[in-house]
Design a protein around this ligand. Structure first.
Ligand SMILES: Cc1ncc(COP(=O)(O)O)c(C=O)c1O
Length: 375
């Protein structure tokens, strides 16, 4: 690939920190790097408690356990997302209620949501697509009105803000991703953010296989034991060491990505004005993080053509997500009742994502833009 879809970016002391972790003879979880990542994440996001975990998926699964999801509880999830947003709750027996997304941001449609919730709604799980935070004022209000919890899928939301507040700081809980394809990475990793204090103590227990190991480490009990049903969610110190090196440069990484997205937008706007494609929107009260730059083509055929044209020119463009409500598992989870979600269905067929990585040069941006223009 001449211009791959993503490229690894070493921002600072990641490799040095990994060596330090090895030299310190502490590779399991909760070493000095993990504790520093947790503290820095709390400072950046404003969350009451941040705990790094092995992936965003495991953070969502931990949130589903903490929310005490029982078979038959309803959880509202956008269909236009990665499987984990739904599977984390479905694993606990939740009935998934699919929500459509907004045309302008492809985020959970807060008006559509009002028609999906009921007194049986246990959790609403908004996804901050492309690092643009959903309308959390409206979603939190809807959640209050039906007594539901909000678990934000902030996989793409590191360094994204709504009304000056960071993604993941609105709901009772949230999960971030540091997967290799995200902005701030450690290979495989994530963090659960907890804003409702009542979940914190149990989170420490459930992430450690349901044991009170933390109390033992803190000298509160003389041996640790099995006290609840949990899982193995803790992130390794190698991942934490790499992650700290990235988190220390989160602002520079974000600014570099935003510059690329701004440049794409500036150069592609004439095509939008000519009606050839539509670009994603960042609402005025949001500050995005440059995670994804996407175009919505006029037809699915246009999208397929442009992706194969880009491939021929050595550019890694791609599409996602196949709407979950149409997948075999998605239909089953909704109790076999097929729903119609027109925006999700249409956008998924027309979306084209362009390469974004912090070290992308002006020449590379122009090469991609010229390929789009030649379509
Ligand atoms: C919206 C969303 N949720 C969850 C995930 C899962 O993240 P992870 O790979 O860290 O489990 C992703 C990953 O792409 C995602 O985009």
């Amino acid at each position: 690939m001449k211009i791959p879809f993503i490229k690894n970016f070493i921002a600072g002391r990641e490799l040095e920190y990994i060596k330090e972790a090895v030299d310190a003879n502490h590779l399991q979880g909760d070493g000095r790097f993990a504790l520093e990542c947790n503290a820095l994440l709390e400072k950046i996001t404003g969350a009451r408690c941040a705990l790094i975990v092995s992936s965003c998926t495991s953070g969502l699964e931990l949130a589903a356990l903490l929310a005490d999801i029982k078979p038959g509880d309803e959880v509202v999830v956008p269909s236009f997302t990665f499987v984990s947003t739904a599977s984390a709750f479905a694993l606990r027996g939740a009935k998934i209620k699919w929500c459509d997304v907004r045309e302008d941001t492809l985020n959970m449609d807060e008006e559509f949501l009002k028609g999906v919730v009921s007194e049986n709604t246990k959790v609403i799980a908004p996804v901050h697509y492309a690092g643009v935070v959903c309308d959390m004022a409206s979603i939190m209000e809807t959640a209050r009105s039906c007594g539901a919890l909000v678990v934000e899928d902030a996989a793409q939301g590191m360094m994204s803000y709504f009304g000056g507040r960071h993604a993941g700081s609105f709901g009772q809980m949230a999960s971030l991703s540091f997967h290799g394809t995200k902005n701030v990475v450690c290979g495989e990793g994530g963090a659960i953010l907890i804003n409702d204090e009542s979940f914190i103590d149990r989170a420490y227990i459930l992430r450690e296989k349901g044991t009170n190991r933390r109390q033992f480490i803190n000298g509160q009990v003389d041996k640790y034991t099995w006290v609840d049903l949990g899982g193995s969610f803790v992130a390794s110190e190698i991942a934490a060491a790499f992650l700290l090196g990235q988190l220390e440069h989160a602002t520079e990484i974000t600014n570099a990505r935003l510059r690329i997205c701004d440049e794409y937008r500036r150069q592609l706007e004439p095509l939008e004005l000519a009606g050839k494609l539509r670009l994603g929107r960042v609402p005025e009260n949001c500050k995005a993080n440059g995670h994804i730059f996407y175009m919505l083509m006029n037809t699915p055929q246009d999208a397929s053509k442009i992706i194969s044209l880009m491939k021929d020119k050595g550019i890694g463009a791609c599409q996602h997500y196949a709407p979950l409500h149409l997948s075999p598992m998605g239909v089953k989870l909704a109790g076999g009742n097929p729903v119609k979600l027109p925006v999700s269905e249409s956008a998924a067929k027309r979306i084209v994502r362009l390469p974004v990585y912090p070290q992308m040069t002006d020449e590379e941006i122009s090469y991609v833009v010229n390929a789009v223009k030649s379509f």
